[in-house]
Unconditional design. Structure first.
Lengths: 180, 414
């Protein structure tokens, strides 16, 4: 069902190997994934969906669009399970006033139907205020279980935010590179 | 009874003024005195004197605070995580009648543990000094299932993993002595809490492993990144020894974060995104891998049938029935609600029943009594639907259960 490519299998094997050798200190490094995103990017999985589609909250699958970033089916939001900062005083890549931008993130590979390319998105949480509760999205493309936390969107990714602000407000969707 | 008498209009107006004044005086007295002016069903003497009995023309109700009945195995708890809101609530519901019995107020991404057939409720909680801001405070509270009030409250080190509530991020050992909670950062660990002494004993560092499955009085298992389980045992000082099992999860498959687990039976049923079940017996420090079985035929898988939801599986211990939320779905919709529950005999892996739900459910649970109920929770509708688990017959619906309730829990016997 996952339609895993050989590249994915290679990545899985690599992470298993790394995990078996990882110390606790290196784990801390993985939590702050954004800071090493550039290094990790070449190892991340290719877009498994290949442009196949779905609605934001339907069983028919992901169908990305490229016109409206404030809508849940905007292509960059393919694995965003939370609230769009764009609707609450922030932007597509900027946090609302008074929040703290977290340096940690989870990662997904999202397909842009406009240019036919897949891009790595390192979702960043804006922290330190209660949930925005505007423009709630529930997208799970590429989301993996908690034993692969770097691909899990169920975590409050506020680790390392200013003032140790561990409350979740909203999420932004910056591109950190091309996936393929 | 004080006799009633008719009033002239002027006397009635005067009486209303007097009554208003008397009510204020009464309120002040109620606030100012704890000596019991307002015993249940009694008429305060002040009111008798001022009104001369007129107020008794209206029947006076008895007022009180109820207690819920002693919990049974059909008691069900619905937790409204309200996404990642810092203020959340837990509803206690009588599954037999569908009646909401009471509410527990709680904080951000609480974990709820039911123990002793539901007679004890433990909460692992997080709060902040100024609403959503300021220093984080993690703590453990006990709740009484009859009074819905707090019976213990003590501090633990900050470090609870703040993730959308997954039941197996927190649990108690099989003798109920220790509560175990997962910590993610700054390094993975499991916090051990002595419930008898009400204190944090130790946080044990663990390798890249997650979730907690108690398997004995001083032992538990975890699920690790590379596919093995981690067996952990600890002594009374919290000193731990651990070792990995052989690989359980095939590299090409992924397990849901929320398997069906029975602490009492020492059994866990890991469910894969594509519809396979990996049963494991957990006894002390030993894990016995059972024979995996498929939820669907190859043809059904090609049609798109797969499990899905937040809590997509529940196991009824005495009948060996595994209830699984399923539907025809596109890839990467594994967390979305499902419209069906398929039922499997876990001794053979055979599908024995299919239940079409009234509405798609995000999470399910099953009561552990001999005539079990199936609970289907709609997170984005705030509704719990109750079915006869043996026949699939719809019984009733409980509505208005918060904003986004994702968690539905039932107690185990013992």
């Amino acid at each position: 069902m996952l339609g895993r490519s050989k590249f994915d299998q290679l990545f899985e094997a690599l992470t298993r190997k790394i995990a078996s050798r990882s110390s606790r200190r290196s784990f801390i490094g993985r939590v702050g994934l954004a800071s090493i995103g550039a290094t990790l990017a070449p190892l991340l999985p290719l877009d498994r969906r290949g442009g196949k589609a779905a609605q934001a909250a339907g069983l028919e699958g992901w169908k990305p669009q490229t016109r409206d970033p404030a809508a849940c089916d905007y292509w960059r939001h393919c694995s965003l399970d939370g609230y769009l900062c764009l609707c609450s005083g922030g932007g597509l890549t900027s946090c609302p006033p008074g929040t703290a931008l977290s340096p940690s993130s989870w990662v997904a590979s999202c397909f842009n139907p406009e240019d036919g390319q897949s891009y790595l998105i390192a979702y960043r949480d804006c922290c330190g205020k209660n949930i925005a509760r505007r423009c709630g999205c529930f997208n799970t493309v590429g989301e993996l279980p908690i034993y692969r936390p770097e691909f899990s969107n169920d975590i409050i990714w506020c680790f390392g935010a200013e003032n140790e602000a561990m409350t979740y407000h909203c999420t932004i969707s910056p591109v950190i590179g091309r996936a393929a | 009874m004080i006799p009633l008498r008719p009033l002239s209009p002027s006397l009635a107006r005067a009486s209303r003024r007097l009554f208003s004044g008397a009510a204020c005086a009464l309120a002040l007295l109620l606030v100012g005195s704890s000596s019991g002016l307002a015993q249940h069903g009694q008429i305060p003497e002040l009111l008798r004197q001022v009104e001369g009995g007129v107020a008794l023309a209206v029947p006076v109700d008895d007022v009180t605070v109820l207690q819920a009945p002693e919990p049974d195995l059909r008691r069900v708890y619905v937790y409204d995580t309200a996404a990642f809101d810092v203020v959340t609530k837990i509803y206690g519901i009588d599954g037999s009648t569908g009646r909401v019995l009471g509410q527990i107020d709680t904080g951000l991404l609480t974990n709820i543990v039911l123990w002793d057939s539901g007679r004890k409720i433990y909460l692992a909680e997080t709060w902040f000094k100024r609403f959503s801001q300021g220093p984080q405070d993690d703590f453990i509270r006990c709740q009484d299932p009859r009074t819905f009030s707090t019976t213990c409250d003590f501090d633990i080190p900050e470090g609870r993993f703040l993730v959308m509530t997954m039941p197996q991020m927190t649990d108690v050992t099989t003798d109920g002595r220790y509560l175990l909670y997962f910590q993610f950062a700054p390094e993975p660990g499991v916090g051990i809490v002595d419930l008898q002494q009400q204190r944090h004993l130790k946080t044990v560092p663990v390798p890249d492993c997650y979730l907690v499955f108690p398997s004995g009085p001083r032992s538990f298992f975890m699920l690790c990144r590379e596919g093995s389980l981690l067996s952990v045992s600890f002594d009374e000082r919290g000193e731990a020894t651990m070792r990995h099992t052989p690989i359980l999860r095939p590299a090409e498959k992924h397990f849901f974060d929320t398997p069906a687990f029975s602490r009492k039976a020492g059994k866990v049923f890991f469910l894969t995104y594509d519809g396979d079940v990996f049963p494991v017996d957990l006894v002390g420090t030993e894990a016995r891998f059972g024979k995996p079985f498929a939820l669907f035929s190859d043809a059904e898988k090609k049609e798109g049938w797969a499990p899905g939801g937040w809590l997509p599986a529940a196991w009824h211990r005495t009948s060996n029935r595994l209830y699984v939320l399923v539907d025809k779905r596109a890839p990467w919709t594994h967390a979305y609600p499902s419209g069906w529950v398929y039922v499997y005999d876990t001794t053979t892996g055979a599908r024995v029943q299919t239940i079409k739900l009234e509405h798609p459910a995000t999470s399910i649970a099953v009561s552990q009594d001999p005539e079990p109920l199936l609970y289907g929770l709609q997170a984005h509708g705030g509704t719990l639907e109750i079915y006869d688990a043996r026949t699939g017959a719809f019984r009733q619906r409980v509505t208005e259960l918060g904003r986004e309730p994702y968690i539905v829990l039932t107690p185990e016997e013992g």
